[in-house]
Design a protein around this ligand. Structure first.
Ligand SMILES: [Zn+2]
Length: 418
């Protein structure tokens, strides 16, 4: 109740300030079982309306973000049953939008806009005259300085409401992963299915999304690793939900992971996709091995932007030096594991022409957990896509990867007893 009052008071403050970033709350309603069934855009490049049909009214919160310009609508546990492909085509000020879960019981719609905008109106209509309940957001074009002023106002209001911000950044507790490894019996393998929820990742021409392919593969790998009885296996997500990149890193460290394996599937635009196929294993490096790897890391690192996360800027030089030291050993182990994976995958699934590459992937930045990112293949390549959706392929590749894990630890155990 207190939280509700707090939310309402924020709304009142917002209303009295006639804020540049609008906040709205509709009539209170039980959120359980709310379904979004359709959505549409109307208007032009000066004023654009976004409407989504709901099975019943819900409370919502709407705000804007910059770099790039976005409008974020936070909702309770809304299930999206929108027609496939909706949101990929824009209109007026909107270039595209996406939707999905961003946390337990928390859904979100992220609208990409092609210019700075103001949320002119935002409200929920009750069902009437045979029409369903509707969430309506009216966007109008503004200039950048008005937009940025609105952002600053919202941030300072938030800082006043939330006195203590709990950071999920793992970097300050550097020794955690190693010190808690201690005398335990089984190595911990953290398997990280990329993307999820509001962030679909790459999408193939036939409409298959990366988040589904990598989730199915991660489950197969989880089962194969578990079946050996030799490992504790942790998944960074167990359902179709968005997990921020730094949270994935934090999970690896909290669990004192001995290995972190992030699973992805790449896709290239048509002009560069011809003839490019096969699996690639990536390790962390500030300097990318090549331009393609650099572009891929930039694309994968956009996950938080896609999900509408407002990233705090942080630069702690001391922390960076500590991380640099810890990462030297971690880096060597990551490279050793990447080579072992490639050796094991060769002959099991097609490999890319240059199968080991490096770049600055945010998800590989746990300073004391050896980490690799595996791109299983290319969704822009028909043959790769066919393999990646096949259950028997998944099983075969998961077993090969498990062999690589076995081989990595047998070497490690021989040298450094656990
Ligand atoms: Zn990906």
């Amino acid at each position: 109740m207190q939280r509700l009052l707090l939310t309402l008071s924020v709304v009142l403050v917002a209303a009295t300030l006639s804020c540049l970033t609008a906040v709205g709350v509709a009539a209170p309603a039980l959120a359980e079982g709310t379904v979004a069934k359709d959505a549409r855009l109307g208007g032009d490049r000066l004023r654009t309306r976004f409407v989504t049909d709901l099975s019943k009214p819900v409370a919502f919160n709407v705000f804007t973000l910059a770099e790039p310009y976005r409008v974020i609508i936070d909702l309770p546990d809304v299930k999206f049953q929108l027609p496939a492909g909706l949101g990929r085509k824009g209109r007026g000020l909107v270039t595209a939008y996406r939707y999905g879960l961003i946390g337990p019981g928390r859904a979100r719609i992220v609208i990409d806009v092609n210019a700075p905008v103001l949320v002119d109106k935002s409200f929920v209509l009750k069902p009437q005259n045979g029409q369903p309940a509707r969430l309506v957001i009216d966007l109008i074009r503004t200039d950048r300085s008005t937009f940025i002023a609105g952002l600053e106002k919202r941030r300072s209001r938030q800082a006043a409401v939330k006195p203590k911000r709990k950071s999920s950044t793992p970097q300050v507790r550097l020794p955690s992963a190693k010190s808690s490894r201690g005398r335990r019996s089984k190595p911990v393998i953290v398997v990280d299915p990329g993307h999820g929820g509001i962030d679909p990742g790459a999408i193939s021409k036939t409409g298959v999304s990366e988040k589904t392919i990598v989730f199915n593969f991660a489950k197969a790998l989880y089962r194969a690793l578990k079946a050996t009885g030799r490992y504790k296996v942790v998944l960074t997500r167990r359902i179709d939900i968005y997990v921020p990149l730094r949270e994935r890193v934090a999970i690896a460290r909290r669990e004192a992971g001995d290995l972190f394996i992030s699973i992805h599937a790449d896709s290239l635009p048509r002009r560069s996709a011809k003839g490019v196929s096969g699996a690639t294993v990536y390790t962390l490096s500030e300097k990318a091995s090549d331009n393609e790897a650099k572009a891929l890391a930039a694309k994968e690192n956009r996950s938080d932007i896609i999900a509408g996360v407002d990233l705090p800027k942080e630069a702690d030089e001391v922390t960076n030096i500590l991380i640099d030291l810890a990462q030297r050993e971690t880096k060597n182990l990551s490279i050793a594991f990447a080579n072992t994976v490639l050796k094991s995958l060769r002959g099991t699934t097609p490999l890319n022409k240059k199968p080991h590459r490096f770049a600055g992937f945010a998800v590989l930045k746990a300073p004391d957990v050896p980490s690799v990112l595996v791109e299983l293949g290319y969704l822009s390549n028909r043959a790769d896509e066919k393999l990646m959706v096949s259950r028997s392929w998944r099983k075969k590749v998961a077993v090969a990867m498990t062999k690589a894990v076995d081989s990595y630890f047998s070497k490690r155990i021989a040298r450094v007893p656990f």
